[in-house]
Each structure stands twice: as C-alpha cells, then as structure tokens.
Design a protein around this ligand. Sequence first.
Ligand code: PMV
Length: 362
Amino acid sequence: MSENVFTAVATPNIAFVKYWGKRSSEGNLPNNSSVSMTFDETLKTVTSVVFSKKLKSDRLYINGELQDLNGTNEKNRFVLRTLEEMRTLAKRDAHALIVSENHFPTGSGLASSAAGATALISAAAEALGLNLGVEEKAMLARGISGSACRSMLGGFVLWKRGERIDGSDSNIVQIGTDAHWPELIDVVAIVSEKGKEISSSAGHDATVKTSELYRMRPQFAEANARKAVLAIKERDFGSLAEVIMRDSDNMHATMLDTWPPIHYMTDKSWNVVHAVQQLNKSEGGFVAAYTFDAGPNAHVITTRDYRRKVRNALEEIVPREKILDVGPGKGPRITASETLIDGERLLPRGGRHVEAAGKRRH
Ligand code: PMV
C-alpha cells in the first residue's frame, strides 16, 4: 500500500536589516528585529515528507545525500528535535522520510537552509494533519534556522525581536505582499561557489561573545528595522537603499571585530560595493543597494528600471551567467505534482540518493 506523501515548495529570503546575534539559542531568538524580502521561485526548495510505521528511523536526504541527524551539523540536529516536537503535537510516533532538493542554478553557492526549513515544516505539518497557523509554523522553522521563519510569509516581512523569554512574541509580520512592490528586485552576483568558512551558528555566538562593536548593534539594527518597514510601506527606494547598505556594513563590521575575526566578504564582494557606489554617484542618488549575508555573494537591491545598468556594472566583476534577478515571491505552498518520494517503496524517487553523508554541500 502506498503511504501519503506531502510536498511543499519554499523560497529563501534576503534580509534588508540583518539578524546577527541571539538573545537565546533556545528557539533562535534574535537580539534585534529584522526585515526581509521572500524570493519568487527563481530559487526554490522542494521538500517531500512521509510518516510511516514501516520506517525504522527518521531519514533526511538533501540533494540526494543522506544526512546524519545526530552528527555535528547543528541544523540537522535541530531538524530531528523539530520532528519530535511536531510528532508530540500530532500524537503520532511514526518515523519520517524527508527528501529535499534545492532548485538553484547549479553550483551557485546559494544553498539556503531557510528555504529548506520552511518547506520541511510546511510539508510535515500537512503530513501530520496538524492544523497550524503561519505563526506556529514560523516558530518551528525559527527553531531550525532563525532566518527561516521569515520565509513562511511572502512579500516583505518583519521578524520582531520580541521581549518574552519563551519567544512567544518573536513573531513575523507581513509588511506587504509580493504585489505591494513588484518592481523591487535582487540582482544576485555569485562571486564564489565555496561553502562558508564558519557556519552562521558559530558566527552568531562568536560575535556576541567577543566583539566590542557589537554592543552598539542591536539598538542600531532595531532603528534600521523601523526605518525599513516605513520605507517599504511608502515604496521609498532612496530611504530603503541607505538602510540596507548601512545595516549590511554594520553587521560585517561587527563580524570583523569578532575575535578571531570573521570575514565573509572577499575582494570581489568589495568590488561590487564600489561598483554600486559608482552607479549611485553617476545617477545622482540611490538607485541600487548592496547587501551581503554570511558569505561573499552579492545581493544588489534595485528596481526593474535599473536592472540593465546594475547588470552591466556587475558583469565587469563576474561572468554574465553568474548573475540572476529575483523578485518578491508568494511564500510557501503545498503541491501534489512535485513529489520526491516513492510512497510505495518509501524511498527517494528516481534513485538519486547516496547513503554516505558529508560529501556534497547543502
Ligand atoms: O538563520 P541563520 O542562523 O543562518 O543566520 C542568518 C544570518 C544572516 O543571513 C547573515 C542575516 C539574516 O538576517 O538573514
């Protein structure tokens, strides 16, 4: 008999105001509010989940590779913990088979745990028949990867810091749907395909523990979040651009001030910063804004009118095929047509899976 497989599609998000530093790693509670745009499906993760009594243990495949859920990868361990939590909620004890595939341009270095966690929670909630609201699902996703909670909603999203110790008020709020500002795009320049030197989990903690500059960051970022919400509501690109660049610069300054220093940005990343500054200067105002996460790849936020000019500037730094445009998207969805699991054999479909963990990046 074939078991019921549930599949969800989710997309990453780019933070305009960054989450860096936790007030508690229990549930990944942030030191400051952050603001982001959820991507359209140019970049997406598809995740299928099935719970079955026939399974002997929980199994998670990412891009064809079986993960070690009890190993050193913190996010994989958090997946296991979240599954336990969801099973308890649903009063079910069957194990899960989870198969997740990133549909990102090959070798883009843009793997995203945010999209993965969001797709997993969305599909697992359906599979367990849990009637959870977006808020509850966002909290579960946050427990795997903080920034993932923002991908639970489409369009433009505020993730509030919250005050309560249990994190029950660290909520997500939609500032506007994808239709609120469809002209806004992120032109992504892949400057490196290498993985991170230091994981974001380790980075968050190291900065909070050792950086003197970081003491000033939560207050600055909180003010930036307020400004970004206003600028998005009013579709005021100039104000938003300044907040985006200053917040990214500030976060990377605290990373550099961490001891030993963390530097995610490379010479090529800095070339993008200079190219954006040059473009803004020649246009006589802000028409583009750079921002970088915990990695060297550049995100240049602009409007569709300036897409060509931004791409031309970026093509001086990276090959054309390493540049892609992404707009605001609709958030996660459940799909019946993209299943990755053979519900009869309880195996990933198409045989694209290996048992040994650790070789492929995700
Ligand atoms: O969610 P994490 O633990 O991978 O942290 C992500 C942090 C940044 O990407 C650097 C900033 C952000 O807000 O997305």
